[in-house]
Design a protein around this ligand. Structure first.
Ligand SMILES: Cc1ncc(COP(=O)(O)O)c(C=O)c1O
Length: 372
């Protein structure tokens, strides 16, 4: 309980600030090295950096940054709507998909209602649910994969939202198209399914469920997308929600009028068109994932098979591995906060970065970790 004379919402006491992966600059300062010497493999960012076309568009848009942005993200909405085969009133933009999760909370959550989610899934779902005084209900997984059956069973009368990260962070796994579609078929009408597709572009072609068809059939489902991952624009903060227009219009009501900056809109529009950058990213992630899998197997380290640009790796003691790697200028994410104390999550980097990671892991004091 904070000691201030003003009464505040009691559920705020349940919240802990989200601890993101450490920024490169902070670690570089601490270690007394140049930021370029630090390899950050902690936040599932794009190893190739942003699309060069996006950088050019951002520079060009910078000369107009004295003007407020177009609050509706008009051109971006038009382009994405065209790509998805919907109209612009299906789309709501936010400062990263994170903001969309908060907007969903503003519309659907309050004390007395619940949101269902999987354990070992993106922590923000729980944080946002608590932020609105609602109850997060966390269900167990089937192995390393989200279990739609368990989510289904946990849905009660007071449930409003069910969160499914597909693919899931931090496990890197995806629910099969059939299982997710079957789950949506059985979803009761009083619940909105929020399918967080932050990493969907990394999934093999044809394996992602067709959510828009479900939305057209009247299913209460929406999809969250981001420019932070495959498009490499995490620092600009831009993402969007695809939802049936009545749901989208509720989200528009609680959105700040100028939430997404003009430079982010310009860069995102250019990044969408830069399919060469997307292709190169997919190619790098696929080949480097194979490289890391093979090297980790060689070191006798368990990992979870991932369809994304990151991997969950069992090193024996995640916090120790994190600290040891950090001393050697590599930042990964320890997984104790996800209830996985013997794991770290590693973003798939460039070949050079991954080679450095593997050579440091090999030489770690006490050996490379747990053997399978
Ligand atoms: C599953 C998942 N959803 C959403 C996000 C948030 O992305 P954004 O940068 O769009 O807020 C992340 C970021 O790591 C994520 O892993």
């Amino acid at each position: 309980m904070a000691e201030i004379p003003v009464e505040y919402n009691p559920w705020v006491d349940l919240l802990r600030p989200y601890e993101p992966g450490r920024p490169v600059e902070e670690l570089a300062r601490e270690l007394g090295v140049a930021p370029q010497a630090v390899v950050k493999l902690a936040s599932n960012e794009n190893a190739l950096g942003p699309s060069p076309a996006a950088v050019r568009a951002l520079r060009e848009a910078a000369s107009r940054m004295h003007l407020y942005p177009d609050g509706s993200c008009f051109y971006l909405a038009q382009r994405i709507a065209q790509k998805l085969g919907v109209t612009s009133d299906w789309l709501v933009f936010g400062t990263g998909s994170n903001e969309l999760i908060v907007l969903l909370g503003l519309v659907f959550l309050r004390p007395g209602v619940a949101a269902v989610m999987s354990e070992k899934s993106f922590l923000i779902y729980r944080l946002v649910t608590r932020m609105f005084g609602a109850e997060p209900i966390e269900v167990s997984m089937k192995g390393w994969t989200i279990d739609p059956g368990a989510l289904q069973e946990a849905i009660g009368e007071d449930c409003r939202l069910v969160f499914i990260a597909n693919p899931n962070n931090p496990t890197g796994t995806a629910v099969s198209r059939e299982n997710l579609e079957a789950f949506l078929d059985r979803l009761p009408d009083h619940v909105l399914a929020v399918v967080d597709e932050a990493y969907v572009e990394f999934m093999p072609e044809g394996q992602a469920p067709d959510l828009i068809s479900r939305m057209r059939e009247g299913k209460m489902v929406c999809s969250l997308r981001t420019f932070s991952k495959i498009y490499g624009l995490a620092g600009l903060r831009i993402g969007y929600c695809v939802a049936p227009p009545p749901v989208a219009s509720l989200l528009q009501r609680v959105r700040q009028p100028f939430n997404v900056s003009s430079v982010a809109q310009a860069a995102a529009l250019a990044a969408l068109e830069d399919q060469e950058h997307v292709r190169r990213t997919l190619q790098l992630v696929a080949s480097e994932r194979r490289y890391l899998e093979s090297e980790l197997r060689g070191l006798g380290m368990e990992y979870v098979r991932s369809v994304t640009n990151f991997m969950l790796v069992r090193t024996g003691n995640g916090l120790q591995t994190f600290a040891a790697l950090q001393e050697r200028h590599i930042i990964v994410r320890p997984m104790d906060v996800y209830g996985l104390p013997d794991f770290v999550r590693i973003t798939i980097g460039t070949h050079e970065q991954n080679r450095r990671l593997i050579s440091v892991l090999r030489d770690l004091p006490g050996g490379p970790g747990r053997r399978t």
